[in-house]
Design a protein around this ligand. Structure first.
Ligand SMILES: OC[C@H]1O[C@@H](O[C@H]2[C@H](O)[C@@H](O)[C@H](O[C@H]3[C@H](O)[C@@H](O)[C@H](O)O[C@@H]3CO)O[C@@H]2CO)[C@H](O)[C@@H](O)[C@@H]1O
Length: 687
C-alpha cells in the first residue's frame, strides 16, 4: 500500500458522503473495499427492512446470556445482509453511574460484571455472523450535558474495577474496534489520551483492533495519532469542523511528527479486524434498505417478554383470568398517531415507548402497541375493553369504574443530547414519570381499586407516589420492549409466561439516594466505586426495589450450596492476552446451588452470586456481583446453578502494584435472589 492508501484507510470520507454514517475510501491495491460503518447498538440505523431489536438495557434485564448472544448474532446477520462492515455497538459507556444519564438505555446497566458479560456475548454473536463490532464510548462518557467539553476525572482503581471492566470483556471477546468518546479523561481528550488508549487499552488489555473516533471527537492531528487513535470519523466537514487527518496526517508523517510505523500500525489494526471476521471473502454489497429481518422478531419478543420485571403483585390480580371488562389508559398504550417512525431518531415521546432517542435508535418495521395486543387477546376471551388514549385525567373515571382491572401506561424517556424532547436535552431532568403519570394513576385509582401500572422507561423512576396510592395492586416494569411491545406484555399479563426479568439497576425512594448527579462542569467522580447498589449497600440506604429484584408467578427455593476453591493470594502474572493477563481468566473457585420451583406454574429464576472481599483488601463495596444464571424450571422441578469464579472475580486493583491482586482471607459468598435477598451463604478462604 502507498502512503496515500494508508491515509485513506484511516480517514473517513465525510458525513453524508457515502451510504453509511461512516465510510472510508476503497484501497484497490489491497482488494480492500469502501468500508461501511453504521449505527448502532440495536440494529441498522436508517434501515427500512431491518429489525428494531430491543435496547441493551432490556437485554440486560433478561439476565439470559442465550438471548443476549442470539440478539447479537441476529444484529450481525442483518448488518452483513445490508453490507455493513462495522456495526457501531455495543455500548458499555455510559455504564450508568447517573440514574438520569441520557444514553444509559443503549447499554446494559451500571453493574460492570453484568455489562461485561453482555458485551462479550453480544460481540461474539455479532462477529460470529461476520460483522465487526464496536465497543463504545471509551471512556467516562456518563452524561450528555457538556459531553464535548467536560473532563471525567476517574481515579485508577475506579477506572479498573468499574468503567474499564466491561471493555476488558469486550477486548477478551476480540472486539474489532473501540470508539473513543467526546469527553476528556483526566484532562486529556479521550481520543488523544495516551494513558487510556495506548497504555490501558492496547498494552494492559492487549487490544489488537483499532480505535475510531466518535463523530467529530478528534481534536488534533498529531495528538490523536500518537495518543493511540487509529481511524477518524466521519472524516471531513462535520458540523463545520476542519479536516484533521487526510492531508494533514500525510504532512505529519512526512515531517516525522507521526512516525511511518504508527501509520502502519493503524492500518494493520484495521486490516486485521477486516480479515479476522472474514470480510475479505464474498462480503455483500452495501444496501442499508435491504430486507434482512428473517425471523428475528422472535428474539425481540423473547427479550421484551423475559426482560419484563414484575415489581408488585397483590391480591392475585396478575395473571389476568378472563376478565369481563378492563380499562386501558394512557397515551403510551397506543401508537404515535403521527406514525411509528414520525420523529427523527425517535426524538419524541408520543405514543407507545419502545426505545430512547438519538443515534442509537432505529426505524420500527412495525410496532405492536400494548392496546392492540390486549384487544386481540380480549376478543378471544370475550372481554370488553375501554380505551382512553390520552394522559388527561378527565374521562378516566367513567372508563375505569366497574372494570375488573384498569391498566395504566406511564413512561420516562431520554436520549442523545443533540435532540431535546419536552425540555429534556438528553439526560433526564428528574426521575418522575412523564406526562403527569403520577396524577394519571391517582385519577384511575380513585375510580377503580384494581389498578395495574405498566411502566415503559429508559431507566429508574421514583415510584413512591404510585405505590402510596390505594388501589395500585400491580406494577409491571416493561422497560423498553421495541417493536414487540404489546405481544410481550400480553404474554406476561395473561400468564402465558411467568415474569422472569430482574432489575439491572436500583429503583430508589428518592433521586438523592443515588448519591450521584449530572455534573455541570468537569466531574471528579467523587463516589468512586460506589455507584448504584454498591452505594446503597455501603451507605445503608434502603432502596425501593433493589438491583437484581423481580417477582414471579411461582416461587423458588434455594438449597445445597457447595463451594470449592484453589484460589491463592497475590498479584496476577502471566502473558497479556486479549483482555489482560492470562491467569485473570482462569477459574479458581466454583460455587453451586440447587434451585427448586416450589410453586405451581412453570417459571425461570435468576440466582445471583455476590462476593464480599476479605478485610485485608482496601475499602470495597460490601457486595459485588460475580455470577448469575437463568434457570428455566417447570413447576416442581429443580436445577443446579454453577458459578465459576475467575481469578479476576476475586481480585481488586492494587494501585501501588499496578496489578490485580487476590487478597488473603475469607471471602463472603452469597447466592441470592437479588442484591438484597440472600438465600445461601458460604466462604472462600484464601491463604
Ligand atoms: O452515528 C455515528 C456516531 O455519532 C454520534 O452521534 C451523532 C449522530 O450520529 C448524528 O446524527 C448527530 O448529528 C446531529 C448534529 O450533531 C447536530 O449538530 C445537527 O443539528 O443535527 C444532526 C442530526 O441530524 O450528531 C451526533 C453527535 O453529536 C454518537 O455519539 C455515536 O454513538 C454514533 O455511533
Amino acid at each position: 500500500m502507498s502512503q496515500n492508501d494508508k491515509i485513506n484507510m484511516v480517514t473517513g470520507i465525510g458525513w453524508n458522503k457515502g451510504a453509511c454514517v461512516g465510510n472510508t475510501a476503497a484501497v484497490g491495491s489491497a482488494g480492500y473495499p469502501q468500508l461501511c460503518l453504521q449505527d448502532g447498538p440495536l440494529g441498522i440505523r436508517f434501515g427500512t427492512g431491518s429489525t428494531a431489536f430491543t435496547p441493551g438495557i432490556q437485554a440486560a434485564s433478561t439476565w439470559d446470556v442465550d438471548l443476549i448472544r442470539q440478539r447479537g448474532a441476529y444484529m450481525g446477520a442483518e448488518a452483513k445482509g445490508c453490507g455493513v462492515h462495522v456495526l457501531l455497538g455495543p455500548v458499555a459507556g455510559p455504564l450508568g453511574k447517573l440514574a438520569a444519564g441520557g444514553r444509559n438505555w443503549e447499554g446494559f446497566g451500571p453493574d460492570p460484571y453484568l455489562t461485561g458479560i453482555a458485551m462479550a456475548e453480544t460481540i461474539d454473536g455479532m462477529q460470529g455472523a461476520g460483522v465487526q463490532a464496536t465497543a463504545k464510548h471509551f471512556i467516562g462518557n456518563e452524561q450528555e450535558l457538556n459531553r464535548e467539553t467536560m473532563s471525567s476525572n476517574i481515579d485508577d482503581r475506579t477506572m479498573h474495577e468499574l468503567y474499564l471492566w466491561p471493555f476488558a470483556d469486550a477486548v477478551r471477546a476480540n472486539v474489532a474496534s473501540v470508539m473513543c468518546s467526546y469527553n476528556k479523561l483526566n484532562s486529556t481528550w479521550a481520543c488523544e489520551n495516551d494513558k487510556i488508549q495506548n497504555q490501558l487499552l492496547k498494552t494492559e488489555l492487549g487490544f489488537q483492533g483499532y480505535v475510531m473516533s466518535d463523530w467529530n471527537a478528534q481534536h488534533t492531528t498529531n495528538g490523536a495519532a500518537n495518543g493511540g487513535m487509529d481511524m477518524t470519523m466521519p472524516g471531513t466537514d462535520y458540523n463545520g469542523k476542519g479536516i484533521l487527518w487526510g492531508p494533514q496526517l500525510n504532512s505529519a508523517v512526512n515531517s516525522n511528527q507521526v512516525s511511518k510505523g504508527r501509520l502502519d500500525d493503524m492500518c494493520k489494526r484495521i486490516l486485521a479486524a477486516w480479515y479476522f471476521v472474514g470480510q475479505n471473502k464474498g462480503y455483500p454489497g452495501i444496501n442499508i434498505k435491504a430486507n434482512v429481518q428473517g425471523n428475528h422478531k422472535e428474539n425481540v419478543r423473547a427479550v421484551a417478554r423475559d426482560g419484563i420485571v414484575l415489581l408488585k403483585n397483590e391480591g392475585g390480580i396478575l395473571p389476568l383470568k378472563k376478565p369481563s371488562k378492563i380499562a386501558v389508559i394512557g397515551s403510551a398504550a397506543v401508537n404515535n398517531p403521527q406514525g411509528i417512525n414520525a420523529c427523527t431518531d425517535k426524538g419524541c415521546n408520543t405514543g407507545a415507548l419502545g426505545m430512547g432517542w438519538g443515534s442509537g435508535s432505529v426505524n420500527y418495521p412495525y410496532f405492536v402497541a400494548p392496546y392492540d395486543a390486549i384487544k386481540t387477546r380480549a376478543q378471544s376471551d370475550g372481554t370488553t375493553v375501554n380505551l382512553v388514549n390520552s394522559d388527561s385525567t378527565s374521562g378516566v373515571s367513567s372508563a375505569a369504574s366497574g372494570a375488573d382491572a384498569a391498566i395504566v401506561f406511564i413512561t420516562s424517556d431520554s436520549g442523545e443530547g443533540y435532540i431535546t424532547v419536552e425540555r429534556v436535552a438528553g439526560d433526564r431532568n428528574d426521575l418522575d414519570p412523564w406526562h403527569s403519570g403520577n396524577q394519571l394513576v391517582q385519577a384511575v385509582a380513585a375510580a377503580n381499586k384494581n389498578v395495574i401500572v405498566v411502566v415503559h422507561s429508559v431507566g429508574p423512576i421514583i415510584l413512591e407516589t404510585i405505590l402510596n396510592t390505594p388501589g395500585v395492586q400491580a406494577v409491571v416494569w416493561a422497560g423498553l420492549p421495541s417493536q414487540e411491545s404489546g405481544n410481550a406484555l400480553v404474554d406476561v399479563l395473561y400468564g402465558l409466561t411467568s415474569p422472569s426479568g430482574k432489575l439491572p439497576y436500583t429503583i430508589a425512594k428518592s433521586p438523592n439516594d443515588y448519591g450521584t448527579a449530572v455534573s455541570r462542569g468537569d466531574d471528579s467522580y467523587p463516589e468512586g466505586l460506589f455507584i448504584d447498589y454498591r452505594h446503597f449497600d455501603k451507605s445503608n440506604i434502603a432502596p425501593r426495589y433493589e438491583f437484581g429484584f423481580g417477582l414471579s408467578y411461582t416461587n423458588f427455593t434455594y438449597s445445597d450450596i457447595t463451594v470449592t476453591s484453589t484460589a491463592k493470594s497475590g498479584a496476577a502474572t502471566g502473558a497479556v492476552v486479549p483482555g489482560g493477563r492470562a491467569d485473570l481468566f482462569e477459574t479458581v473457585a466454583t460455587v453451586t446451588a440447587v434451585i427448586t420451583n416450589s410453586g405451581s406454574v412453570d417459571g425461570a429464576e435468576v440466582p445471583q452470586l455476590y462476593i464480599t472481599l476479605p478485610s485485608s483488601a482496601p475499602s470495597a463495596p460490601p457486595k459485588q456481583l460475580r455470577g448469575f444464571a437463568k434457570l428455566k424450571l417447570a413447576a416442581g422441578a429443580k436445577g443446579t446453578a454453577t458459578f465459576n469464579l475467575r481469578r479476576r472475580d476475586l481480585s481488586y486493583w492494587d494501585v501501588r502494584q499496578q496489578n490485580w491482586v487476590v487478597p488473603a482471607g475469607s471471602f463472603g459468598v452469597s447466592v441470592a435472589a437479588s442484591s438484597r435477598d440472600t438465600r445461601l451463604t458460604g466462604t472462600i478462604t484464601v491463604a
